[in-house]
Design a binder for this molecule. Structure first.
Ligand SMILES: Nc1nc2c(c(=O)[nH]1)N=C([C@H](O)[C@H](O)COP(=O)(O)OP(=O)(O)OP(=O)(O)O)CN2
Ligand SMILES: [Zn+2]
Length: 139
C-alpha cells in the first residue's frame, strides 16, 4: 500500500455556540489540513509512471478547498441571531455557514468527504486547529 500525504492551511475565525468556555467567543485559527490518500498500485502511463497521483494535482485540489475557507467567519447554521448575521453580511464579511458545529473533528470529516468526491482513494484527513490540537477522520 502506498500512502501520499500533502497539506494546506487557511486562516479563519469561528466560535463554538453553546460551548461552556473561552471557545464560545469569536476567535481565529490557522487551520492546517493534512490529506492522506492511498493506492495499492501505481500508474503506468508515461506522465504518471510510478505515481498514484501527481503531487501537483493533489496539492492543488487541497489548496482549492483550503482557499474556499480562507479569511472567513465559519459558523454553525442558526448559531447567530438573524439580525447579527444580516449585519455581518451587509458589511460584506465572508461568512461560511455549515450544518454542523465547526470543531476540528467535524471539519476533518467535511474535508474528507469533499476530497473523496473528487475521486481520490482516501485514507484520512487530519485538521489542526492549533499547533498541538488535531482531529483525524477516516472511514
Ligand atoms: N475535541 C475538541 N475540543 C475542542 C475543540 C475542537 O474542535 N475539538 N475546539 C476548541 C476551540 O475551538 C479552541 O480553539 C481550541 O482549544 P484550546 O486548545 O483550549 O485553545 P488554545 O489553543 O487557546 O489553548 P490554550 O492552551 O488555552 O492557550 C476547544 N476544544
Ligand atoms: Zn477554535
Amino acid at each position: 500500500m502506498y500512502i501520499l500525504k500533502t497539506e494546506a492551511s487557511f486562516d479563519s475565525a469561528h466560535f463554538l455556540a453553546g460551548y461552556d468556555g473561552k471557545c464560545s467567543n469569536l476567535h481565529g485559527h490557522r487551520w492546517k489540513i493534512i490529506l492522506e490518500v492511498q493506492a495499492e498500485e501505481l500508474k503506468d502511463d508515461i506522465q504518471h509512471k510510478g505515481m498514484y497521483v501527481d503531487f501537483g494535482e493533489l496539492k492543488k485540489d487541497l489548496r482549492d478547498l483550503a482557499d474556499s475557507m480562507d479569511h472567513a467567519l465559519i459558523i454553525e447554521k442558526n448559531s447567530l441571531k438573524e439580525t447579527t448575521l444580516e449585519a455581518l453580511k451587509s458589511e460584506n464579511f465572508r461568512i461560511i455557514e455549515l450544518d454542523f458545529r465547526p470543531t476540528a473533528e467535524n471539519m476533518a470529516k467535511y474535508f474528507y468527504e469533499k476530497i473523496k468526491k473528487l475521486g481520490y482513494n482516501m485514507k484520512a484527513v487530519t485538521v489542526y486547529e492549533t499547533p498541538v490540537n488535531s482531529a483525524t477522520y477516516m472511514e
